[in-house]
Design a protein around this ligand. Structure first.
Ligand code: PAF
Length: 282
């Protein structure tokens, strides 16, 4: 397994792939890899001649310094996990200096309002940080196909918008959410959950599934109120938001319109760990 820490090392390898018309699949990660990441990498391996995985905890997308500091960093274990899939995967695990070249700041983006909803409202500057780093990775790694999980559905929509607005020649492929047998969406943050919170957290998806059922017959407002009430009875889980939104614009929906796709989005604190999840409603 080749692990590169500098763009000048990986650039010639990428250029050789491109010169030989080999397709490059790309999976962006912040490390602490789990089965959800591995499923993205497997899909990338199936669909491309070469696969690059980036492992980089991106400082500019954290609005909370404590969250950045506590984010798990497990490069050695991550590389071992990737080796279970293939020894040919290229890992790019750069330093902050290699990506930001002395100026650790986000660019400012306009994503036609997508960036102001949900996570954008609760995590100031988050999507500018995400888009800055993903745009750099696309420039450095020049992938044909890039795979992102639907757990971060808003991020996925924003990356699609980034590619469209900047005409970056990459196909952005959304992949379904991978869940623990308990229903809890897989996330690197789950590793930080205390036992009691880990036991309580499957309530999030359980509630999303019931909300989906209720959405068949009830209004968005009614379902939202119902979910908010469910969380009032949960001592270990604190609801930050539950929103039913148009799956394209991500704007909150209060009434249903035929032929529109809706999705429910949720953010919950389990102790000091912030978890997000979402579900297609129709
Ligand atoms: O989803 C993530 O892990 C990150 O936001 C990403 C896309 C790797 C950018 O840092």
């Amino acid at each position: 397994m080749k692990v590169f820490s500098e763009k000048k090392q990986i650039a010639p390898v990428i250029n050789t792939f491109r010169a030989n018309h080999k397709t490059i699949g790309y999976v962006a990660t912040m490390g602490a890899l789990h089965k959800g990441h591995l499923a993205l990498v497997e899909k990338a391996l199936d669909e491309n001649d070469a696969v690059v995985v980036s492992i980089f905890v991106n400082p500019t997308q954290f609005n909370n310094p404590d969250d950045l500091e506590k984010y798990p960093r497990t490069l050695e274990g991550d590389v071992k996990l990737l080796e279970t899939l293939s020894n040919d995967i290229l890992v790019y695990a750069p330093t902050v200096a290699d990506i930001y070249e002395g100026k650790t700041e986000s660019e400012h983006f306009d994503f036609d309002g997508l960036e102001h909803e949900m996570e954008g409202r609760f995590r100031e500057g988050h999507f500018n940080g995400v888009a800055t780093v993903v745009k750099r990775f696309f420039e450095i790694l020049k992938p044909d196909n890039a795979y992102f999980g639907e757990k971060d559905f808003q991020q996925l929509q924003i990356i699609k918008k980034l590619v469209e607005k900047y005409q970056i020649p990459v196909s952005v492929i959304g992949c379904r959410i991978y869940r623990e047998p308990s229903g809890l969406a897989m996330s690197s943050r789950n590793a930080r959950l205390k036992d009691a919170h880990l036991k309580a957290a499957p309530f999030i998806y359980k509630t999303l599934k019931v909300a989906k059922k209720r959405f068949g017959t009830k209004s968005a407002n009614n379902v939202t109120e119902w979910v908010e009430n469910q969380f009032k009875g949960q001592a270990l889980l604190e609801l930050e938001y539950f929103i039913i939104a148009d799956a394209n614009t991500l704007k909150v929906s209060t009434r249903k319109t035929k032929n529109k796709k809706y999705r429910a989005f949720i953010a919950v604190y389990a102790g000091d760990v912030r978890l997000i999840d979402n579900i297609a409603l129709n």
